[in-house]
Write a protein that binds this ligand. Structure first.
Ligand SMILES: [Zn+2]
Length: 505
């Protein structure tokens, strides 16, 4: 290789913006079915000089001689540079694992299907015994790739330790997120313990309703995707209603999604389109894509509202902020507050009564189903964080070869029997679980704040939109913990979350 171009921070930021925009637009085109072949590799190659050791060093030097917001901006640019460098180094291994996953097949009732299709199928099979069978086949097949997963994880961990200069994975994450993971863990576990009785009531009722009386006392995780669809409620939450009702729900809090030119809506049902809703913020605030594809059921409405929260955040960013504070964050904990608060609208009994013409009793019951899912997921993520902390604390010694307490912690927390063979596939990089969990604490604080400022009908008041606009304008700059301060809460105050999770009739 010839000498690599090393850019000044301002040049670097401008070029990084172009890179992100191109990669995002390419990803979008493939995801929505506009393109059949992904050409990400060509883009990565064209921008490869962005991610070099020389550039990391140059950004680190600039960072060391700066202070305040400028230092934070340079820190994030350096971390983006380190991340891109590591990504490129591991791209071959990552692709190999991805391709092995794509090639994996299971045979179910005489039908051969790709592993990913089996995972999708688990959400829609109505017979309990069939889900049991397919779930077990899926986990057995997926576990065959555990050696490859562990290899990628190990190489990635070594490289991250070396590039960042911090060999301890937990200390490295705490530095990047600027929080104590152990303090967070303590607060989350206490909140989980304080809501166990309420959860058990919800769980027994909704396991019976969704899985039927013949279910196992402790169903396996084969049934989780199916439970998340809340099939008993499907006839009320129709596929055709999802877009108009969600547009009406965001309009009620003061955001007309059809009239915000920066948000490009792609809400059509096309066969080539990936059914998972997502937001692609290619160049915030100017270019933000909100992509959904309704399949039928309450999950569509929840996914739309969740993604609308991300879209409104990115499209609402103050355009005068530097690119770094419009698009790059230390982690995902901030933007998930806004997706969670919009999604929380679907847990309001009044929302169910108003949009679906239900009696108050029926509306309360359906809202309770969403609370059950929320509590299940909160407990699952808290248990996951506990497991991941133990896994990484022991990584230097154990090399990640043991499933440790993955199964026992998740099973105890949720009442769903989690398979120890999932201990690697069920782990997101960089403690993403901690980001979601901070958003759980914070969005409950934000809801309590809105109830105080706006009233119980916060979910249909334009005043809510006014308050949110102020937060969105700050872009990606603040931390989740700084938002707690704006709302008048201690970052680890789980009081509002505990109250929400205990609100069981
Ligand atoms: Zn999200």
């Amino acid at each position: 290789m010839s000498t690599t171009a090393v850019r000044t921070p301002a040049e670097y930021e401008a070029r990084l913006r172009e890179y992100y925009r191109e990669r995002s637009e390419e990803g979008r085109a493939v995801r929505v079915g506009e393109k059949e072949v992904s050409e990400q590799a060509a883009i990565v190659a064209r921008y490869s000089d962005l991610f070099s050791r020389e550039q990391i060093d140059a950004l680190r030097e600039a960072e060391a001689s700066s202070s305040g917001d400028e230092r934070e901006r340079l820190y994030r640019l350096r971390k983006a540079c380190e991340g891109g460098f590591i990504y490129n180094e591991l791209a071959e291994k990552g692709d190999a694992l991805e391709n092995a996953l794509i090639r994996s097949r299971v045979t179910f009732n005489g039908e051969e299907m790709p592993l990913r299709a089996a995972q999708a199928r688990l959400a829609v099979i109505d017979e309990y015994a069939d889900r049991e069978l397919l779930g077990d086949l899926e986990r057995a097949e997926s576990a065959k790739l555990n050696p490859d997963r562990l290899d990628l994880l190990t190489v990635s961990e070594e490289l991250e330790g070396e590039v960042s200069g911090e060999p301890d994975p937990i200390a490295r994450t705490e530095e990047e997120k600027a929080i104590s993971l152990r303090d967070l863990e303590r607060a989350l576990v206490a909140a989980s313990d304080a809501t166990t009785t309420a959860y058990e009531r919800l769980r027994d009722r909704w396991f019976d309703r969704i899985l039927g009386p013949g279910r196992d006392a402790q169903p396996t995780n084969s049934h989780v995707a199916y439970m998340r669809r809340l099939s008993p409620l499907e006839s009320t939450y129709t596929k055709d209603g999802a877009v108009p009702i969600c547009l009406a729900s965001t309009l009620a809090i003061g955001f007309d999604l059809t009239a915000i030119p920066n948000i490009r809506l792609d809400l059509e049902d096309r066969p080539q389109k990936n059914p998972r809703a997502c937001v692609i913020a290619s160049d915030p605030p100017e270019v933000v894509h909100l992509i959904t594809r309704a399949q039928g059921g309450l999950a569509d409405y929840q996914a739309f509202m969740h993604e609308a929260g991300h879209a409104l955040h990115y499209a609402g960013v103050d355009p005068r902020l530097p690119f770094t504070f419009r698009a790059i964050s230390r982690d995902h904990a901030l933007t998930e507050i806004y997706s969670y608060i919009l999604e929380a609208i679907t847990r309001e009994p009044g929302w169910h009564a108003e949009h679906f013409h239900l009696s108050d009793t029926q509306a309360a019951e359906n809202a309770e189903a969403t609370l059950f899912l929320e509590a299940l997921l909160y407990r699952r993520y808290t248990a996951k964080l506990r497991y991941e902390l133990g896994f990484w604390a022991a990584f230097a010694e154990e090399g990640g070869r043991s499933p440790r307490d993955y199964s026992t912690l998740l099973t105890e927390a949720t009442g769903v029997r989690y398979d120890p063979r999932n201990y690697l596939s069920d782990m997101d990089g960089g403690f993403y679980s901690a980001d979601y969990l901070r958003a759980w604490i914070r969005s409950a604080q934000l809801r309590a704040f809105l109830v105080g400022e706006v009233g119980e009908d916060w979910w249909k008041s334009a005043k809510t939109g006014e308050i949110l606009r102020g937060l969105f304008a700050e872009g990606t700059k603040p931390t989740s913990e700084e938002i707690a301060g704006r709302l008048g809460f201690d970052p680890l105050d789980t009081g509002p979350l505990v109250a929400d999770l205990n609100a069981v009739g």
